[in-house]
Design a protein around this ligand. Structure first.
Ligand code: PLP
Length: 395
């Protein structure tokens, strides 16, 4: 590669080598010393901003100046999510293989919006998500070799929105995309379901007045008798039930909804079943935990967050659908400037048709690094160890 010089302000490849090594060392030192930091940042609102200049520098600065400011200005404002003493939200979860995979993604600078913009970005993602489906005992229909397939989204919130919009289109025979939502659609979640579903209901034009919150039992799982009663009432009032979300691991208590019973209601009532396994889906790599999602074969879509419990750094949410055609029919749009032979041949996946945004990062690299580094056995080992620790803690 042609070496870039100072005259055009770029960092040269030689400088990149040198500074990059320093930064890898900086990260390794951070992990070696992470326990010395107070987990929660001690700063007050505005403290960090006050230490940053009000104007951008007129002249370029050396990387050492940035690293110095990371230590002096940024680190005091960090809450140490990866600290072994961090017990909030979800587990300290990143891993070195994941960081390295992500670094290569940044290095390649690939934009994998369609197959043609980088075939490996699409095909690796397809393959890795098929691996994961097998690793987690998912139904065949979620695999690319069947009717469905998987796609990496940024977050479970985006997966929920994607599922709700696809469900809306299925329920309205793809009319809402054209005319806006004119039908009276209703969606169902439990009182414990994550707020991302409510947010998605707002964004998708369903309206929160049409979201029903079903009470839970003593294990904080959705009561399906109340779900059925509510659906009946809504139908009598002229609503069309179209979407139900079952959680595998709720945010407050890790409760698990009765997937099979909810799935059977979905089938009967013609509702889309989305499973939000953001938190606990990763545990399904261990066969002994799969009874928690008995009935998963009834789901239309399923998401879980490797960025929560599968040693993959934020952001990485896996979203599977049973019928990719419904998803593609909902999201596909083909402006002239994105036309290409591969798309036209119908032989490839163009992931821009599987979600909301067009551009997409090469996120499967970090997941691939993680799965290959740990192997299925390594992932199972850690999940089992974590569950064992949780059991001890509850005693
Ligand atoms: N669903 C559950 C059960 C969660 O615990 C969370 C997040 O904490 C989410 C969804 C939203 O996750 P994300 O930040 O990936 O949108």
């Amino acid at each position: 590669m042609k070496k870039l010089g100072k005259q055009n302000f770029h960092m040269t490849t030689e400088e990149f080598r040198k500074e990059g090594k320093k930064i890898i060392d900086w990260i390794a030192d951070y992990y070696e010393e992470i326990e010395k930091y107070p987990v929660l940042s001690q700063v007050k609102p505005g403290d960090i901003k006050a230490l940053l200049p009000e104007k951008a520098p007129q002249k370029g600065e050396p990387t050492d100046a940035m690293i110095g400011d990371i230590d002096q200005i940024i680190m005091p404002g960090i809450t140490h999510w990866q600290s072994p003493n961090f017990y909030a939200y979800f587990p300290a979860n990143t891993s070195f293989p994941s960081i390295l995979g992500d670094l290569i993604s940044s290095g390649l600078g690939v934009q994998g919006m369609i197959w043609a913009t980088s075939p490996a970005a699409t095909e690796l993602e397809t393959r890795v998500l098929d691996w994961l489906a097998d690793m987690m005992g998912m139904p065949e229909k979620f695999k690319s070799t069947s009717t469905g397939g998987g796609v990496i989204q940024d977050t479970a919130s985006t997966s929920a929105l994607t599922a709700i919009i696809a469900a809306r289109e299925r329920a309205t025979k793809f009319e809402s995309n054209k005319k806006g939502v004119v039908q009276k659609l209703t969606a169902y979640i439990s009182t414990q379901t994550h707020s991302s579903i409510e947010k998605a209901i707002k964004i998708a034009g369903i309206g929160t007045d049409n979201l029903r919150l079903i009470e839970v039992d003593e294990t904080f799982a959705m009561r399906t008798d109340l779900l059925e009663e509510q659906i009946k009432r809504d139908k009598q009032l002229g609503f069309t039930p179209f979407f139900i979300c079952a959680a595998i691991g709720t945010t407050s208590s890790n409760a698990v909804d009765p997937v099979r019973k909810i799935g059977e209601i979905c089938r009967r009532e013609n509702c889309w079943l989305h499973i939000d396994a953001a938190m606990s889906g990763s545990a399904m790599v261990c066969p002994e935990f799969r009874h928690f999602q008995d009935g998963v074969e009834l789901a239309d879509s399923y998401c879980f967050n490797p960025h929560k419990w599968m040693f993959t750094n934020f952001d990485c949410d896996v979203f599977w659908v049973a019928n990719r055609e419904e998803l593609i029919n909902t999201f596909s749009i083909l402006p002239e400037y994105l036309r290409n032979q591969a798309t036209e041949s119908g032989e490839v996946f163009d992931y821009r048709d599987w979600h909301i945004q067009l551009g997409r990062r090469f996120r499967s690299l970090k997941l691939w690094f993680v799965i290959r580094h740990y192997g299925v056995e390594g992932l199972q080992h850690h999940i089992r160890k974590h569950v064992e620790m949780a059991r001890k803690f509850t005693k």
